[in-house]
Structure formats: structure tokens, C-alpha cells
Write a protein that binds this ligand. Sequence first.
Ligand code: DX5
Ligand code: ZN
Length: 224
Amino acid sequence: MTEILPSILSADFAHLGEQVAALEQAGCRMLHVDVMDGHFVPNLTVGPPVVASLRKATRLKLDVHLMITDPDRYAPLFIEAGADQVLVHQETCPHLDRTIRMIQGLGARAGVVLNPATPVATLDEVLEIVDYVLIMSVNPGFGGQKFIPYTLNKVRGLAQKRREKGLGFPIEIDGGVTPDNISEIVKAGVDWVVAGSAIFGGGNPAAAFAEMRQHAQAAAAVHV
Ligand code: DX5
Ligand code: ZN
């Protein structure tokens, strides 16, 4: 099932509760929360208190993307705050197997993220234990960047491995998705599509969400 995950990085934080409620009303099921520490990526965003506030305000699944140098230390705090799913970067996890199992042991789903330059093959050994995989389609750190086309080859390669191994983990993509490229992205094998500026950049996040979902569902129907 194709899902669109609005990234609150581009939301109006003074009206976050209202914007999230409107998305929930429009049929949104998962929200993407970008956590940046100013070290792994050159930007700073939100911490566990924002996740805790969102947890109280919505029933949407919270997909927390940790762009931080020490995910082992902070993932438990985000799970305690209410994260349903936690994404860690392969590039920040020397003991990736342990990190995945730690997140799952705390009751959350564990996803692993690959930067554009990190090969899919770096996940070969853990594909059987991850809950999902996120392919970055921009270099992480900022909303509103341009989609990097070669990352779709990584999606196709990962989808092929998934087929060969008989696995069913969702493939997520993050960065530079627009109404114009979402069909091609879904056709390449993506299940979960993160969109920040495309959803929150205009005046009506719920309408933008509905438009993106329509494109994605039409493309998924062709893909199968
Ligand atoms: C980028 C973040 C993304 C970002 C996407 O580092 O991980 O989730 O919000 O924003 P857009 O959709 O505007 O590229
Ligand atoms: Zn993200």
C-alpha cells in the first residue's frame, strides 16, 4: 500500500497541531519527523518534546528520522516520547545489527537510511531483520532540495533484492519529491513517500496531500 508521509520540517510550527489534524482528516496515516543535530547534518531541528506533543495531538504513526551522530543514545528517548518507527542512518551505526535490535526491543519499528552515496549492498546482511529501508534522494539536512535521479537505480536494486529474498519490507524515499516525479518514484518500487515542501510549501497541506496520494495510487496500480 502506497503511503505519503508529510515531513513536518516544512510545516508552520506555530500551527503544527492544526496542520496535522487537517492531514489526518484527509486520510494521512503516517507523519515524518526530521531530527537533526548540527553534527551529522549541518542543520538543527526538533527533539523528544516535539514528538511527545505530537503523540498527544494525533493518532498518526510517527516516523522519526534521526540525522544525528549518536542514534544509540537518543533513539530510546524518542521511543519513550511516542515514536512508532525510528530511522537510523547506516553511516552513523558501526554496530547496525545491535542498533536495529535495540530499537525493536523497545517496541518500535526499526528502519535504516542510506545517503545517496552509500551503496545498497551495505545492507545485504541486515535486510532480513530491518522493518523498512529509506533511500535518501537528496543529501540530508534541508527541505526543498532537488531530487537526485540516480537514487532511483538504488530503489530498483533494493526492490529486486527484496523480491529475490522473498521479503516484504517497505521501501521509503525522502527528498525532492513533487507531484511531477512521484509517479516515476512509485513505479521504481517505493512504498512510502516522504514529502515536505510539496505538502507544506503551498497554502493547503491537506489538498497537496490528496493530490500526491492520487498520483501515487494511480502509479502503484500500473506498477502491479
Ligand atoms: C531532508 C529531510 C527530509 C525533508 C524533505 O534531510 O530528511 O525529510 O523534510 O523535504 P522535501 O520534501 O522538501 O525535499
Ligand atoms: Zn527525513
